[in-house]
Design a protein around this ligand. Structure first.
Ligand SMILES: Cc1cc2nc3c(=O)[nH]c(=O)nc-3n(C[C@H](O)[C@H](O)[C@H](O)COP(=O)(O)OP(=O)(O)OC[C@H]3O[C@@H](n4cnc5c(N)ncnc54)[C@H](O)[C@@H]3O)c2cc1C
Length: 432
């Protein structure tokens, strides 16, 4: 039965955004979902609420966590089909009995598959595409209440996957799988930023998945806090040997958290202890609060060839944003063909920023806006594309200029949703 509860007081995960929707539907059957889609005039689907903006808001919201069609592993197709609201942590558990795995994960396993795919959420690795690139097909309900299945053979599939939540209600997703693998995670400390800038491509390519963390504090002669190296134990990633030092930076001798001063026990095991892919690729462990909790995030992607110069530009501009920063993370993401993916046809370096919310760190209201704008301005010469689920300055970014397939995507949205039922304020602000 549909339980249309009041949405008053409901917030996103970080608590920096309160939904303005007047009700949340919690359907349990596909027929109920179809009926809701047919009658709604302004609606969005809630994932696990880890985005930091009003990208998930409308007059009505729909929470699919009570709609749980059966998970299905297809050994021939090498796919697993899961309910849209399934978290990546649960996908990993479902795959374990089959000895299978996903290619990559984000920094946390807590996020829903459909919500992550809709925003092109990513992990790291020069050979790893974002999580949307693993999508082999999905089922969605359109505003006419029709249930539609699409897969890689569907025309314009590449435009449908990173939907930004604007194309329909995704009810189940099929993900491509690979054979199970083990990862060991090594953390190195105090690598100078100069070395990172000089050897960025080598560092980000040193293993299956690599993250560089810095606070940009004392930036011009500052140190990188940590380099996290996640290497496959089967050697198939041709990663570096994990020694006592990495580019003269010493290996950590205790478990670390990316944010300086935060207890590392909530993070996945480090110190080179091998373990299952799903317990090492994310930084944060299921069952614990990931990252800081009370935070806001931004992230921008530039072409990997521009990575070193972009890093230098950020170091030069650090006085304008470092006071708001808890930590920044630099990762690599492979290019893909998905129309609205920030990595569309561009192997990318990702510059992520975990910010103190405005009420924290003695910052005046609006300080965060200033810090985000400063980052965007510094990266401006490198045509940065923002992470869709994180905070960015709408005035400093043109999606039309940044995305070759922008007009095709807008046409597709118009065709699939002629009355704009899924197009919300966020859409209007960024896409006009
Ligand atoms: C602590 C933390 C760490 C993070 N780490 C990373 C990281 O490592 N890499 C990274 O790239 N991002 C990261 N993020 C960002 C996060 O992955 C994205 O914001 C992602 O969208 C979250 O998924 P969600 O399920 O919470 O989606 P939500 O925020 O709930 O929704 C996002 C969008 O998806 C749409 N949507 C959700 N479900 C459906 C559906 N069934 N059908 C249609 N549309 C749907 C929503 O309407 C909305 O438009 C992090 C966020 C946090 C809070």
């Amino acid at each position: 039965m549909t339980d249309a509860a009041s949405a008053t007081g409901e917030q996103n995960w970080a608590g920096n955004y309160a939904y303005r929707a007047s009700q949340i539907h919690r359907p349990t059957t596909i027929d109920e979902i179809a009926a809701i889609a047919q009658s709604a005039t302004s609606i969005r689907v809630l994932g696990s609420r880890h985005s930091f903006t009003d990208i998930v808001d409308a007059d009505e919201l729909i929470d699919l966590s009570c709609y749980q069609p059966k998970t299905h592993f297809d050994a021939d197709a090498q796919t697993i089909t899961v309910p849209a609201s399934t978290t990546y942590g649960d996908v990993a558990q479902s795959l374990a009995p089959y000895g299978m795995a996903l290619r990559n994960l984000a920094s946390l396993p807590h996020i829903s598959v459909a919500g992550s795919v809709a925003t092109a959420t990513h992990g790291s690795g020069i050979g790893n595409g974002n999580l949307a690139t693993s999508v082999a097909g999905f089922e969605y309900v359109n505003t006419a209440g029709e249930i539609i299945s699409v897969d890689r053979s569907t025309p314009d599939f590449d435009g449908l996957v990173v939907s930004l939540g604007a194309l329909g209600i995704v009810t189940a997703v099929s993900l491509g799988v690979v054979f199970d693998y083990q990862i060991e995670q090594h953390v190195y400390e105090d690598l100078p930023l100069d070395v990172v800038g000089d050897q960025l491509a080598m560092i980000l390519g040193a293993a299956y998945s690599v993250s560089v963390f810095t606070t940009f504090a004392g930036s011009l002669d500052g140190q990188v806090g940590q380099v996290w190296i996640k290497r496959r134990t089967d050697g198939s990633d041709r990663s570096m040997d994990a020694g006592a030092t990495f580019l003269d930076a010493p290996a950590a001798t205790m478990q670390h958290h990316p944010i300086p001063g935060v207890d590392g026990s909530t993070c996945t095991a480090q110190l080179g202890v091998p373990g299952p892919w799903a317990d090492r690729l994310p930084h944060f462990r299921m069952g614990f609060t990931p990252s800081a909790g009370n935070e806001v995030q931004s992230e921008f992607f530039v072409g990997s060839v521009d990575g070193p110069l972009a890093l230098e530009a950020l170091r030069n501009a650090a006085d304008d944003f470092a006071d708001r920063l808890m930590v920044s993370e630099v990762r690599a993401v492979a290019a893909d063909e998905l129309w609205m993916s920030p990595q569309y046809r561009r192997p990318s370096v990702a510059f992520h920023f975990t910010w103190h919310p405005d009420s924290e760190a003695g910052g005046a209201a609006g300080d965060l806006v200033r810090a985000v704008a400063a980052v965007q301005e510094a990266l401006g010469p490198f045509a940065p594309r923002p992470h869709w689920g994180k905070v960015f300055d709408a005035d400093g970014f043109s999606a039309r200029d940044s995305y070759e397939m922008f007009d095709d995507f807008i046409d597709m949205a118009q065709r699939l949703d002629p009355h704009g039922v899924f197009r919300n304020d966020w859409w209007a602000r960024h896409f006009g």
